[in-house]
Each structure stands twice: as structure tokens, then as C-alpha cells.
Design a protein around this ligand. Structure first.
Ligand SMILES: Nc1ncnc2c1ncn2[C@@H]1O[C@H](COP(=O)(O)OP(=O)(O)OP(=O)(O)O)[C@@H](O)[C@H]1O
Length: 338
């Protein structure tokens, strides 16, 4: 067991409390938990029936007495009690009986969050069993997690496309020079697919099917080899189950408006960048993180639209969690800089 800089024996943890997924990083061990941020509740008593993977399988498939919800919506806490129950479940799951003392928890939060929302996240973690809670802005954690040299007097730019929010930041000398957070990301892409299927084929599909379509054939840029997929849902007119075949070209078109919003946010960030830092970005470009970085061709599209080199992080889904884990080793740095 490690001794941290505050002098306690602990198994301190870092948490990426995401709208889509929650990741927990255990000090000296790495990412030990990666589960959907979903909770299934008993509709009448609001008692928690399942959390994480098990609850996600229930989304859209629950009988009347169970409700499966995502307590973090659009990058903020939509349901405090349920978020707290979820955090408690995850913290207990990674700690088991291993913690001799309650852990110090570093939580990454969206940069656009209000003070009230920030307080709510901290309180949830404290009630969930943390000894001390320190928050770090998501893009800062992502930049650290992908290994950008944020302490240098030079522009380090990160674009993190998550489930509920896209976070863009330019960091220099351990500080955020400019950041932008838009509540448009993976979930909005799923909604675009749901709307398209309804409009074009009278086919009603659920969130999980839309996400699967996005992952299997979604793209932001023409593909060398276009893809096809069979989709099942309910015909909104006949009311019966129906199967149709769709192409990646159609889905690209369906996603285009939402992707354009993300591109605009990146451009606005670049327009606000001080000139010396803009000059750095010409060569250094920016790094993409978050699950949205895995949309085929998004790096190419952003590179075309900005004229900058774009790199996708090696493991984009773990970037924020890895960043919270990296700073666990130096909590005094974190307290001085956050
Ligand atoms: N291969 C893939 N292709 C396209 N999208 C993907 C892929 N894998 C994951 N995603 C999407 O990435 C999103 C989740 O990313 P991530 O886990 O980084 O978000 P989060 O941290 O939970 O959300 P936020 O940062 O908004 O709080 C989901 O919308 C998911 O559908």
C-alpha cells in the first residue's frame, strides 16, 4: 500500500464520472472499473436494483416496476440521490474490504459545470464514502492522461468528445488558457440516428440500437470502403417489428449537423487562442480523447476544417481516468493548481 503526499496510508482513487461511462483508477493499479453510468431502480420504492453493466442491459427493456436511468445527463448530475448511490456502489466495488481508511478521491468534472453542480458532485462522493474529494476539469485530466507536456510554456490542446459533453481546452504552464464545453457529443449523435430512422424509414429504434449503429457504421468522413448494416426496430405506422438495411453514407448524413456543431466549437476555441499559442498549434496540433474520438474519420474531418495536425489518443476512452490516476501521485500539485 502506498503513502501519499498527505501522509495517509491509502488506496486513493481517481474517477471519471461520465455521462456514458464511469471509470475508476486505483492508485498504483490503473483503471480497475469501467462500467456504464446507468442505474436500475424499483419504480415504487426507488430502491437500487442494478448498477453499471447489468443496469445498461435493462435500458429500454424494463417492465413497469423497474426504471433504468442515466443519472448524469448532458454532463451534469440530473439526479443527485441516484448519482450518489451509483458512486457508492462503484467505490465499494473497487475497494472491497481492501481500504483501511476511506479513500481520497480525485473526480474529473466537465469544465462548463456550475459551482452548485460541482458542490453536488463533491457531496455525492463524500456521502459515498470518500475522505476527501478534489475535482479536476475533465479536459485537464484528459491532457494529463494522454501525456501532453502541460507544464511547458506552450499550447497543449485537447478535444474530448464524451457522451454528454464535448470539452475543448488549450492548456499552458499547468493552467487552462481557454476552454469550451458544449453539451453536444455521443448522446446527441445517437439521437440524430433515432430521428433519421424515424424520418426516412418510419422505423422506431431505441438508444442502444442507435449507439450500436453509430459504433458499427458511423463516420464523419467518406470511408474508403462504405459499410452496411441490418437494423431491427418497430414500424411506426404498422406497429410491427421490421428489419431494414442501411448504409454508412446515410448515417454520415444523419450525423452531419451534430458533427458540424462539434467542429464549430473547435473553431471557436481556436479563434480565442492567444496568437503565440496559435503559432504553437500549427506544428503541435491537437489530441482527441473520449469515446467520440473513435467515430471513423472525425480526426480527418477536424484536420481538414482547422488545417492542424490531429492525433487520436492511444486509448481515448481511458484518457480522463488515466489523468485522474496520474495526479493521485501528487495531490499537492493538484491542490495548488486546481
Ligand atoms: N467506437 C466508437 N465509435 C463511436 N462512438 C463511440 C465508440 N465507442 C464509444 N463511443 C461513444 O463515446 C461516448 C462515451 O464516451 P466517454 O466514455 O468518453 O464519455 P463520458 O466520459 O461517459 O461522457 P462525458 O465526458 O460527456 O461525461 C458514447 O456516446 C459512446 O457511444
Amino acid at each position: 500500500m502506498a503513502v501519499n503526499l498527505l501522509g495517509y496510508f491509502s488506496n486513493d482513487i481517481g474517477i471519471d464520472l461520465g455521462t456514458a461511462n464511469t471509470l475508476v483508477y486505483l492508485k498504483d493499479r490503473g483503471v480497475v472499473l469501467r462500467e456504464p453510468s446507468v442505474v436500475a431502480l424499483d419504480t415504487a420504492t426507488r430502491k437500487v436494483r442494478a448498477v453499471g453493466d447489468e443496469a445498461k442491459r435493462m435500458l429500454g427493456r424494463t417492465p413497469g416496476n423497474i426504471t433504468a436511468i442515466r443519472p448524469m445527463k448532458d454532463g451534469v448530475i440530473a439526479d443527485f440521490d441516484v448519482t450518489e448511490a451509483m458512486l457508492r456502489y462503484f467505490i465499494r466495488k473497487v475497494s472491497g474490504s481492501a481500504f483501511r481508511a476511506p479513500p481520497c478521491v480525485v473526480i474529473a468534472i466537465p469544465s462548463g459545470i456550475t459551482e452548485v453542480e460541482k458542490r453536488a458532485v463533491k457531496d455525492s462522493a463524500l456521502h459515498a464514502g470518500a475522505r476527501k474529494v478534489i475535482t479536476i476539469p475533465e479536459p485537464m485530466a484528459a491532457a494529463i492522461g494522454v501525456g501532453l507536456p502541460i507544464d511547458e510554456p506552450a499550447a497543449n490542446m485537447i478535444v474530448d468528445i464524451g457522451g454528454g459533453t464535448t470539452e475543448i481546452a488549450i492548456i499552458s504552464l499547468n493552467g487552462v488558457v481557454f476552454s469550451k464545453s458544449v453539451r453536444v457529443a455521443g448522446d446527441e449523435l445517437d439521437s440524430s440516428i433515432i430521428n433519421y430512422m424515424k424520418r426516412a424509414y418510419n422505423l422506431l429504434i431505441g438508444e442502444r440500437t442507435a449507439e450500436e449503429i453509430k459504433m458499427r457504421i458511423g463516420s464523419a468522413y467518406p470511408l474508403d470502403e462504405e459499410l452496411k448494416m441490418e437494423v431491427k426496430g418497430r414500424d411506426s405506422v404498422a406497429g410491427l417489428p421490421k428489419t431494414i438495411n442501411i448504409t454508412s453514407q446515410e448515417i454520415r448524413e444523419a450525423l452531419s449537423d451534430t458533427i458540424a456543431t462539434i467542429v464549430d466549437a473547435v473553431r471557436i476555441t481556436l479563434e480565442r487562442c492567444p496568437p503565440e499559442l496559435s503559432a504553437d498549434l500549427v506544428d503541435r496540433g491537437f489530441v482527441m480523447a473520449g469515446g467520440g474520438a473513435l467515430i471513423r474519420g472525425i480526426d480527418r474531418l477536424l484536420s481538414d476544417k482547422t488545417g492542424l495536425p490531429v492525433t487520436i489518443a492511444e486509448d481515448p476512452l481511458s484518457a480522463v481516468a488515466n489523468g485522474t490516476g496520474d495526479v493521485l501521485g501528487d495531490l499537492t500539485w493538484l491542490m495548488e493548481h486546481m
